[in-house]
Structures are given as C-alpha cells and as structure tokens.
Design a protein around this ligand. Structure first.
Ligand code: NAD
Ligand code: UDP
Length: 315
C-alpha cells in the first residue's frame, strides 16, 4: 500500500513542491492548509489526482473539530508564514502556528505512530556570531524584536518536537532550512528573490535594503525538496541544516538577477529592516555525511528555471 503522507502548509511554496515530489515517489498525500499565505493555484494541477486530498484546516484548531484525516504514515509540518512581510503582518498567527499548531500536528503523529518532519529555519541562529552556522550553534536571537514572532515560534517548535521525541517516542526530524527560492515563491510575498525578479522583469528599480553587504545563501527548491525527502527517510532526530553553502551578498544577488533577466533596471537603496541578519551560511557537513545530500543547482541555473513563472506574473 502507498505511504500516506500529510503535508501541512501544502498550498505554500515549499509544501506544494514537496507534495508534487511525494506523489511522484508513489505516496498518497493529504494536503492541509488554511490559505493564510498559500494559494489554491499552487495545487490547481492536482485537482484530478486521485492520490491527493486537500483539507482546509488551520492547524491551530484541534483536529477533532476539522474531522480526522485517518491513518497517516508520515507528517511533514511546513505550515507557517515564512516571509518577513507575512509574519510581521500575522505576528500572533505565526506564534500560534509554531506552538499550538505544531503541537496538534505532533499529537496526530503520536496517535498514528507516524514519522514527523518539522520545517525549522536558519532563523533559529538569529544574527549569528559563528560563521558558517553548524547545527551545534545555539544562535543569537533577539527574543523581543519584530522578527522574534517567527524566530521564537520556530525555536519553541524545535523544543516541542524534541520533547515529543524524548518523552513520547515520536519519530521526529528537524530540518533547519536556509533561504530557498524557485517558481511558486509568491511574487508579492516580499522575499528578496521574488522582489528582485519581478522588479527586473518589469524594468522597475531593484530595492536593496541597507547597503547590500549582508549575505545569504540561496538554494533552488528541487534541491531543498530532495534534502527533505532524504531526511524523512533517515533516523536522525537532532537538527540538520539544509541550504546552499555558497554565500553571496545581497548586492551580488541583485546583479545576478539583472544578468539572468537581461534587465536594465537600476539598483536603489532603502532602509534595512530591524534585526535583519548580517550574514548567513549553512555548514552542511552533517547533511552531506548523513544524507549524501548537497545542492546541485547553481544560482544562475536556478534563476533561469524560475524565469517563466515570474514572467507570467510580470505580464
Ligand atoms: P509559504 O508562506 O509559501 O507557505 C506556508 C504555508 O503554510 C502557506 O500555504 C500557508 O497558508 C500555510 N499555513 C500557515 N499557517 C497555517 C496554519 N495555521 N494552518 C494551516 N496552514 C497554515 O512559505 P514557504 O516558503 O513554503 O515555507 C514553508 C515552511 O518552510 C515554513 O514553515 C517556513 O518557516 C519554512 N522555511 C522556508 C524557507 C524558505 O526559504 N522558503 C526557509 C526556512 C524555513
Ligand atoms: N532584501 C532586500 N530587498 C528586498 C527584499 C529583501 O534587500 O526587496 C534583503 C533583506 O533585507 C535581507 C535579504 O534580502 O537582508 C533576504 O531577505 P528575505 O526577506 O528574502 O529573507 P530573510 O533571510 O531576511 O528571512
């Protein structure tokens, strides 16, 4: 019988790609979403897929109120606003989803003795003082700043997942995901890649926040999904970094987007958001050793693969 997976956040960027991959691997998938940041269009191609079911459910509501999805073998818990613009607009929802929502998803895993993978984040490292970031690093997070609604929800969720593993024997995994991009990353959700791509394609100025010297590492979505799948099949319970190890400045990111799109847009500078991390780079030794995983797609290649999606939006 096919493995039955439940994906929370299935209508989002990563959730919809993961759903596609699981279906391609022969799983049947129950997608769960409350459409707070996700969109129907991301799953529209699955309306006639008999192995896919969609449940409109806010995971902060107890499952019993929504109706039990039935036995599931594995839960991928991806539900959470993820873009700074979204979590600053939805601060209480973000905290509730990371805490209460994650607990409901863990209770479901407990009930069905299902495996569990939680989508955590490089934000757990905050504005890191150690570089690159290894999983053992405890991070440098402002617990009361504007980003804390996301960072602390994610850190609490990690503690909760480990407690369910240690005290309830739930078979859990923690993926610390670094910046990921690709088609379906919503063109208006405010993250840097969709912003720069849409601006470049429309001939509008690219808006660098701060002086552009801050760094990030960008992983293409299919590489990231491969990492999630491999981690789901491994039995490692402590966090594993998943991200591209090539670090670039936001200035370089803007210039690469201009090159790939062939755009003549200018670059403009705007205020740096409060607590915007200065640098980010994953040490992926653990993922390489444990999962035999590393990203295969370069930034240029990934941007080229994303162009058609953003061209359709840019009009
Ligand atoms: P996204 O906003 O595209 O997707 C999140 C999905 O979760 C949306 O469909 C949203 O409607 C749904 N959701 C939010 N709250 C919910 C709730 N209470 N109940 C049910 N559904 C809910 O974001 P994404 O980039 O696909 O991120 C997916 C996950 O991966 C998030 O947990 C995010 O924190 C994590 N992550 C993503 C990145 C990245 O670069 N994309 C990096 C680190 C971590
Ligand atoms: N950023 C930018 N211009 C934009 C959007 C974002 O310069 O139009 C910067 C942002 O300040 C941050 C980096 O790009 O330094 C990555 O931002 P994003 O919101 O994509 O993700 P983060 O890693 O901050 O969660």
């Amino acid at each position: 019988m096919a493995i039955r997976a439940l994906v929370t956040g299935a209508a989002g960027f990563l959730g919809s790609h993961l759903t596609d991959r699981l279906l391609a691997e022969g799983y049947s998938v129950v997608g769960v979403d409350n459409f707070s940041t996700g969109v129907w269009q991301n799953l529209a191609h699955l309306t006639r897929e008999p192995r896919f079911t969609l449940l409109e459910w806010d995971i902060c509501e107890p499952m019993e109120r929504r109706g039990d999805p039935g036995r599931v073998d594995f839960i991928f818990n991806l539900a959470s606003p993820a873009s700074p613009q979204d979590y600053l607009r939805l601060p209480l929802e973000t905290l509730r989803t990371g805490s209460l929502g994650t607990q409901h998803a863990l209770d479901l895993a407990l009930r069905y003795e299902a495996g569990f993978l939680h989508a955590s984040t490089s934000e757990c490292y905050g504005d890191p003082l150690e570089h690159p970031q290894k999983e053992e690093y405890w991070g440098h997070v402002n617990p009361v700043g504007p980003r804390s609604v996301y960072d602390e929800a994610k850190r609490y969720a990690e503690a909760l997942v480990m407690a369910y593993h240690r005290t309830r024997s739930v078979d859990t995994r923690l993926a610390r995901i670094f910046n990921t991009y690709g088609p379906r990353l919503h063109p208006t959700d405010g993250r840097v890649m969709p912003n720069f791509l849409m601006q470049a394609l429309r001939g509008e100025p690219l808006t660098i926040y701060g002086d552009g010297s801050q760094t990030r590492c960008f992983c293409y979505v299919s590489d990231l999904v491969e990492g999630l799948l491999r981690l789901s099949r491994a039995s490692e319970h402590t966090p594993v970094n998943l991200g591209h190890p090539r670090e670039i400045t936001i200035q370089e990111c803007a210039e690469t987007v201009l090159e790939v799109t062939g755009s003549h847009s200018e670059i403009t500078f705007a205020a740096l958001p409060e607590d915007d991390p200065t640098r980010r780079c994953p040490d992926i030794t653990k993922a390489r050793t444990l999962l035999g995983w590393e990203p295969a797609i370069s930034l240029r290649d990934g941007l080229e693969r994303s162009l058609e999606f953003y061209r359709n939006w840019a009009g």
